[in-house]
Ligand binder design. Structure first.
Ligand code: M6R
Length: 606
């Protein structure tokens, strides 16, 4: 995915574009560029590498009095992260230039068609195909809106595109299909962005563009048109209630660290408004739906791990069969989806292409769909039959932390909610679980500084491992997967999460004194089994760092003590401990924690 911005209004555009891009850098950071109009000429500045390189280049090359322009920060899909491939991309005639987030799937056919008409291409991107196709239609239709309409009929795939055109001074156009694009409505100024923080310092009024819509902005007006008939559409303005501070580092070294520390508050926020005075779970979004006969959770990455965790709890507390699916597999394997199955699409961003495809597959099969999502107004929130927000606030770090915590809380609430409706749980049991959830937020708040200090201590010892295992059983198995994912993605140390009992079926062959294991060995019903698996590793000279509730529980190289909590509540301690550990390892190795190599925050491509 990439981040795109557009600005038109009464202030100099260039600093605003750069500021907006800095809020979107989490979406991609391998090259960046802007285009703006000055003295009736489109100027484009691009740089490979992080946004800082572009800022430096802009500062040395340009004075800023352009009042409108567009910008882009890239996560490469088509072509290497070079300056040539960086956006914006102009057409051959240099009459228009565009920034694009998404993938044009039929770009090869379109490129061949354009080549046969004499067009040439300077980059390897699919975006340049869009700009030239638009230019081609414009040369025929002589009207930008009709040209956009024709272009949208021809391109396949996902795109959010923002356009400036020499023949339309003081105007910006934008189109969207399956990639996020939000219009910020200010006083005499308008913004376009892939995400809200890019314009939040200037306006809280947002308009979420839908697929197939065209936005037309000038410095004193905005309009949204349907690409089908070019007629104006009435759009609702949403007021953004969260603060920009939520999307800033607030004194923390990294967003990831801040977001780990925010988890107690996230638990509060997730519960807010969802517990009745008589201690019942309120999920009014689901009241009018039948109780699912079975549930498929479809998700990717960290959200998939949260889904696996949720499966344990839902099956245990409300006796609904659950299957959890990696979205990129689910969408292509022609799954059997019996009537009465409800598909839960779980996604922080609500923009993950594979998860959205899974949701659409469920809808094609006439199944009910429920989205669990953090980002208000995201594609998932608009396409699912019902949406339950996880209310974690903006998550800026590429490595997901607090979003997973919020997903666990919401999945817990689902289990209690259906348990209430099915009477698999008594009122007293539901009330006790709710009290436990409310209390865990408080105790976690107190525990986090100690977890962090311990993580620093252990990170020093383990940061130089080349590979390691994470082991857990039951609810701790998905957490082991998550611990390994966190370590891999930000420290680049090879790590694998395993069900502790599965080690002996092959992976244990890798164990030697230089291949450590992070074992989750808290006191749950499977503790004795986990302990046996740890002993098996120790018998092969494997070093163990064990997360335990009592130092006497187990004799390992290192024991990391965390407070004991009842059943599933323990996960709310284990998760931040794993996150702090990965963070401290990566930071001690000098890695770019918030912007790890090769990654982007949400993956809007296949
Ligand atoms: O926005 P989503 O929850 O759908 O994102 C899914 C994954 O791309 C995401 O969790 C990814 O694995 C993160 N980098 C994990 O830290």
């Amino acid at each position: 995915m990439c981040g795109i911005v557009g600005y038109i209004g009464h202030r100099p555009a260039v600093p605003l574009l750069l500021e907006g891009l800095s809020c979107l850098e989490y979406r991609g950071y391998d090259s960046a560029g802007i285009a703006f109009v000055q003295a009736n000429k489109i100027h484009t500045v691009k740089a490979a590498g992080k946004l800082a390189n572009l800022e430096e280049k802009v500062a040395t090359q340009h004075s800023f009095n352009a009042m409108y322009g567009i910008g882009h920060t890239r996560w490469a899909t088509h072509g290497k992260p070079t300056e040539e491939n960086a956006h914006p991309h102009a057409d051959n005639a240099q009459t228009l230039t565009i920034v694009h987030n998404g993938i044009i799937e039929n770009y090869e056919q379109l490129r061949d068609k354009l080549k046969s008409k004499g067009y040439f291409f300077l980059s390897e991107t699919d975006t340049e195909v869009f700009s030239n196709l638009l230019s081609f239609h414009y040369s025929e239709k002589k009207d930008i809106l009709t040209a956009l309409q024709c272009t949208m009929q021809e391109v396949e795939g996902a795109y959010a595109v923002v356009i400036i055109h020499k023949d339309y001074p003081d105007q910006i156009f934008a189109v969207r299909k399956s990639s996020p694009l939000i219009l910020g409505v200010g006083q005499g100024e308008y913004f376009l962005a892939s995400d809200i923080p890019a314009f939040l310092p200037y306006t809280r009024s947002a308009v979420f563009l839908n697929d197939g819509e065209i936005a037309k902005l000038s410095s004193n007006s905005w309009e949204v048109l349907s690409s089908t008939d070019l007629k104006a559409i009435t759009k609702e303005i949403t007021t953004i209630t969260w603060d920009l501070q939520a999307a800033q580092k607030s004194g923390y070294k990294h967003f990831m660290l801040k977001e780990i520390y925010e988890q107690p508050q996230v638990i509060h926020n997730c519960l807010a408004g969802r517990i009745s005075k008589d201690m019942k779970v309120l999920l009014p979004e689901l009241d009018s739906l039948d109780i699912p006969k079975q549930i498929r959770i479809v998700a990717c990455g960290t959200s998939y791990h949260a889904g696996l965790w949720g499966m344990h709890l839902i099956e245990k507390l409300c006796k609904i069969p659950v299957q959890v699916e990696i979205a990129s597999e689910f969408r292509y394997r022609e799954p059997l989806l019996p009537e009465g199955t409800v598909v839960f699409a779980l996604s922080q961003s609500g923009e993950t292409a594979d998860t959205l495809a899974g949701l659409r597959l469920a809808k094609e099969n006439n199944l009910q769909t429920i989205g669990l999502c953090n980002v208000v107004g995201s594609t998932l929130s608009r396409e699912a039959d019902r949406i339950v927000y996880t209310q974690a606030g903006p998550e800026m770090s590429v490595a997901s932390t607090k979003a997973m915590c919020s997903q666990l809380v919401v999945l817990f609430l689902f289990a209690l909610y259906y348990g209430q409706r099915k009477n698999t749980l008594s009122a007293k049991e539901v009330s006790d679980y709710i009290t436990d959830l409310e209390n865990i937020a408080q105790t976690l708040e107190e525990a986090l500084p100690k977890f962090h200090a311990d993580a620093k201590h252990f990170a020093k010892k383990y940061a130089h491992a080349k590979s390691c295992f994470y082991l857990g059983r039951g609810l701790s198995f998905p957490l082991a997967l998550e611990g390994a994912l966190k370590l891999k993605e930000i420290s680049y140390i090879h790590a694998e999460g395993y069900a502790a009992g599965e080690m002996k079926h092959g992976p244990i062959a890798l164990i030697d004194k230089d291949f450590p294991t992070f074992a989750i060995a808290t006191q749950d019903s499977l503790f004795a089994k986990t302990k046996s698996n740890i002993l098996e590793v120790q018998a092969r000279n494997g070093k163990i760092l064990a997360l335990v509730n009592d130092k006497n529980d187990i004799d390992t190289e290192d024991t990391w003590l965390i407070p004991k909590a009842k059943d599933a509540l323990s996960s709310f301690y284990i998760l931040p401990a794993l996150q702090f550990f990965a963070y401290e390892v990566a930071d001690s190795l000098g890695k770019d924690v918030d912007q790890p190599r090769n990654l982007a925050k949400s993956v809007t491509v296949e």
